[in-house]
Design a protein around this ligand. Structure first.
Ligand SMILES: Cc1cc2nc3c(=O)[nH]c(=O)nc-3n(C[C@H](O)[C@H](O)[C@H](O)COP(=O)(O)O)c2cc1C
Length: 189
C-alpha cells in the first residue's frame, strides 16, 4: 500500500451503524492493536484499556442499561441496543497519578487510541461505530466492566461485518465531507 492509498483509506472512513454478524476474533484484534498501541502517549503511561463484549455479555450490558434507567428487565425484555453488533469494545481511560501529565492529557491518549482503533478496524475491512449513549457514568454499567475509581468509560466501539448492500454505497463515495478550510487557522492578530 502506498502512502496515498493509506490517506485515501483514512479519508473514506465512515461509521457503519448497522453491521452483520461476523466479527474479528481476539487474535485478529491483537494483530490490529499493533497499529494502535503506538498512539502518542506523554511519558508512556498507557492510560487506557479495552474490554470486549461478545455473545451474552451484550445481554448483560442491556440489563445494566435497564438498571441504570430504573427499569426491571424481564427474562425476555431488556434493552437490546448492545445487540446491534456482534462485538462491542469498551474503551476505558485509566489515568495514572503523575506530577506532570494531567488527567486531561491521559484521556486524550485514550480517545486517540479509540480513534486509531476505529480507523485500524476500518482499514482491516470491519464496520465500526463509536457509541456512548447516556449510561457510561451509571454505576451498574461501570460495575459490569470493572471500571475503577478515577477511570472513565468512554463508550463502546460497535464492530461487525459491513453488509454487502452497504458496500456498494460506500464504493460510490458520494458522501459530503467536512471542508478542511473550516479547521485550519492562523494566530489571531
Ligand atoms: C465519543 C463519541 C461518542 C459517540 N456516541 C454516539 C452515540 O451514543 N450515538 C450516536 O448515534 N453516535 C455517537 N457518536 C457518533 C458516531 O460514532 C459517528 O461519528 C457519527 O454518527 C457520524 O458518523 P461518521 O463517523 O461516519 O462521520 C459518537 C462519537 C464519538 C467520537
Amino acid at each position: 500500500m502506498t502512502n496515498q492509498d493509506f490517506l485515501a483509506t483514512m479519508a473514506a472512513r465512515r461509521s457503519i451503524s448497522t453491521v452483520d454478524d461476523a466479527a474479528p476474533s481476539d487474535a485478529d484484534l491483537l494483530t490490529i492493536l499493533r497499529s494502535v498501541t503506538p498512539v502518542a502517549d506523554h511519558k508512556g503511561l498507557k492510560p487506557w484499556r479495552l474490554v470486549t463484549l461478545r455473545g451474552d455479555d451484550r445481554i448483560r450490558l442491556g440489563r445494566a442499561f435497564d438498571k441504570a434507567d430504573g427499569k426491571d428487565s424481564a427474562a425476555d425484555r431488556f434493552n437490546r441496543k448492545p445487540l446491534r453488533a456482534p462485538l462491542l469494545i469498551a474503551v476505558i481511560a485509566s489515568p495514572k497519578d503523575h506530577g506532570s501529565v494531567p488527567r486531561w492529557e491521559q484521556e486524550a491518549v485514550a480517545s486517540g487510541a479509540a480513534h486509531l482503533l476505529s480507523l485500524a478496524l476500518w482499514a482491516a475491512g470491519w464496520g465500526v461505530m463509536w457509541r456512548t449513549g447516556s449510561n457510561t457514568e451509571a454505576k451498574p454499567v461501570r460495575k459490569l466492566h470493572g471500571v475503577r475509581k478515577g477511570e472513565r468509560l468512554m463508550g463502546w466501539l460497535y464492530v461487525g461485518a459491513i453488509p454487502e448492500k452497504y458496500r456498494a454505497k460506500l464504493e460510490s463515495g458520494s458522501r459530503k465531507r467536512p471542508d478542511p478550510n473550516e479547521f485550519l487557522h492562523r494566530l489571531p492578530e
